[in-house]
Design a protein around this ligand. Sequence first.
Ligand code: ADP
Length: 261
Amino acid sequence: FHANYAPFKDEKGEKAGIVMVIQDITERQKLDNMRKEFVANVSHELKTPLTSIKSYTETLLDGALDDKEITKHFLGVVKSEADRMDRLVRDLLQLSRLDYKREHWNKKETNIVKLTEDSVLKMRINAKNKNQTLSFKGEERVICFIDPDKIEQVIINILSNAIKYTPENGEIKVLVEKDEFRGIIRIIDNGMGIPEKDIPRLFERFYRVDKARSRELGGTGLGLSIAQQIVKAHEGEINIKSKEGEGTEVIIKLPLKEKEV
Ligand code: ADP
């Protein structure tokens, strides 16, 4: 709480009392803390790869350059750290476009069954590299009015999480169905799952269950917040059900094109 007070006088100029304004500043403080935390996170996420780029380049300049094999290895590290910074900055720019409603939407009638199946095909190689089975099942046609590129981005993001956080030989299932009003995309894995206490916070920027593991796997910690903003911009919703050690299900719901309803 924040309190402000001022004395007031009666018509004779005598002190008559004080006026006190008590403000609930918890909301404001919460926002302020979130902003500070965000800046701290961004700085840290950029600083880590930058430090690594600097030290590898310095070692090269100090003489490691004479060894061709070492040079190749070091430049490989520099490139991958630069790629990480690139991903992070791209994600931040997209979040900022979404925040300021400056994202450009190209919405059209789209069969989300075909869109999802195409996204699954694009990720097949990633699943194969981990010896995982990736299956797809869908109805014939489910038509939604969406920006196909953006929704594809969401599906690919969720699928790549499913692949990343599921061990070798795991199983990932993708289903597309519809109810009376909505097209529904389900992405189900039997991977490591998410502890119950973390589930409500997953859509927060930079929130990760295991920071080290996410970084190691190339994640920025922004994927789910971006996915949620994109889905919300379509008047849809995205939910996560999960059990630690058993697996995770992500459910994306998008309104059907009116004629279909
Ligand atoms: P990241 O770039 O870290 O993957 P996301 O915003 O996409 O960031 O996801 C946030 C966190 O949610 C991840 O760091 C991970 O801990 C958890 N997570 C997301 N998807 C899954 C999944 N399918 N299985 C287990 N954990 C997941």
